[in-house]
Design a protein around this ligand. Structure first.
Ligand code: ADP
Ligand code: DP6
Ligand code: CO
Length: 325
């Protein structure tokens, strides 16, 4: 009745940005990401007869409120699947990633919780089934079940039975790297959940976003399969800018960017002009992730670290899928 699992975060190259069903988390568009070995969550779930409710400790601190409710709600799904609705759990999770700061802690967090929770409950499922379950905790988390490059196929059924991630290339397919440029590790004001909802409901740019996805996905998959760095980088960078553009059209309008976010973007463009291949992408937060190839690692780290306002540059390789400890 006790299990520990680890999951890594992922960085979306084609973003998930919008839900067509908020209850069971069905997206309005398919997305594609790279699992990162540098950021992860380790979670232990233990079901205990003597508990009258679930308890959740994050980084050794007891958690209440919204963060607790999201975990308890997700445990309900596991209990239902296991056919035992009366058994409560103690959840202990350690984030080796800043929480709720735009580093995808919800992705590694819910993927680790799903893996440890189902194992502790004695539920045996394929990774595809696990990805569907995980999706209902946090959408981006369904991609973190897999290592390497993963695509979340949106599916078209109303019950979500065809909405899950699949691996499009394994971890060892390509040694592409990501520098996470840290400007701010504090919690964001607009969560991903709230930000995408406001955008879907109010942004006139939203339909343009949706229209552009099928081609971006097709092209980036072609680029990944032949390891075409320029192609993959260009598509990812443009897709990120389109996603962030939709937030400016929302009502009330918002942006996740800080002034330093734009300075980093400009530095990446200048690097390219000077012959260093690098592309950026940004999730729902101010911090920038820079894609690069191993031979440029030293140079990239030095240039990014020298930018005023940058507090840390964390380098990451391609990561693996969930593991049980
Ligand atoms: P992020 O960019 O970090 O993914 P989100 O707003 O998408 O930001 O999600 C952050 C939320 O994810 C947290 O407020 C919390 O509810 C949940 N979360 C983060 N880490 C964990 C974890 N280890 N276990 C369970 N839930 C987590
Ligand atoms: C910008 O998966 O965090 O990072 O499903 O509401 O938990 P919920 O949202 P979340 O959204 C991630 C948005 C994004 C893009 C992406 O990761 O694809
Ligand atoms: Co998230």
């Amino acid at each position: 009745m006790k299990a520990t699992a680890r999951a890594h975060t992922n960085i979306a190259l084609i973003k998930y940005w919008g839900k067509r069903n908020e209850q069971i988390i069905l997206p309005t568009n398919s997305s594609l990401s790279l699992t990162l070995d540098g950021f992860y969550t380790t979670t232990t779930v233990e079901f205990k007869e003597e508990l009258a409710k679930d308890t959740f400790y994050l980084n050794d601190e007891p958690v209440k409120g919204e963060q607790y409710s999201r975990v308890a709600k997700f445990l309900n799904l596991i209990r239902r699947t296991a056919g035992n609705e009366q058994l409560y759990a103690e959840v202990r999770s350690i984030n080796e990633v800043p929480t709720a700061a735009g580093f995808a802690s919800s992705a590694s967090g819910f993927a680790a919780l799903a893996a440890a929770g189902t194992k502790a409950a004695g539920v045996d499922m394929s990774n595809q089934e696990l990805s569907k379950l995980t999706r209902q905790g946090s959408g981006s988390a369904c991609r973190s079940i897999f290592g390497g490059f993963a695509e979340w196929r949106m599916g078209n059924r109303a019950d979500g039975s065809d909405s899950h991630a699949v691996q499009v290339a394994p971890q060892d397919h390509w040694d592409i790297r990501v520098a996470a440029v840290v400007l701010n590790e504090t919690m964001k004001e607009v969560s991903s959940r709230e930000g995408m909802k406001r955008t879907v409901d109010t942004s006139p740019f939203y339909s343009g976003w949706i229209d552009s996805i099928p081609n971006d996905l097709k092209e980036i998959k072609a680029g990944i399969s032949v390891r075409d760095f320029e192609k993959v980088g260009q598509i990812a960078e443009a897709n990120c800018l389109k996603m962030h553009a939709t937030t400016l059209g929302a009502n009330p309008p918002f942006t996740y960017w800080l002034d330093t976010t734009m300075t980093v973007m400009q530095t990446v463009r200048e690097m390219r002009k000077s012959g260093i291949p690098a592309y950026f992408t940004i999730d729902a937060g101010p911090n920038v992730k820079v894609l690069y190839l191993p031979q440029y690692e030293e140079k990239i780290q030095q240039i990014l670290s020298d930018i005023e306002g940058v507090t840390d540059v964390r380098l990451s390789k391609v990561g693996q899928g969930i593991t049980y400890l």
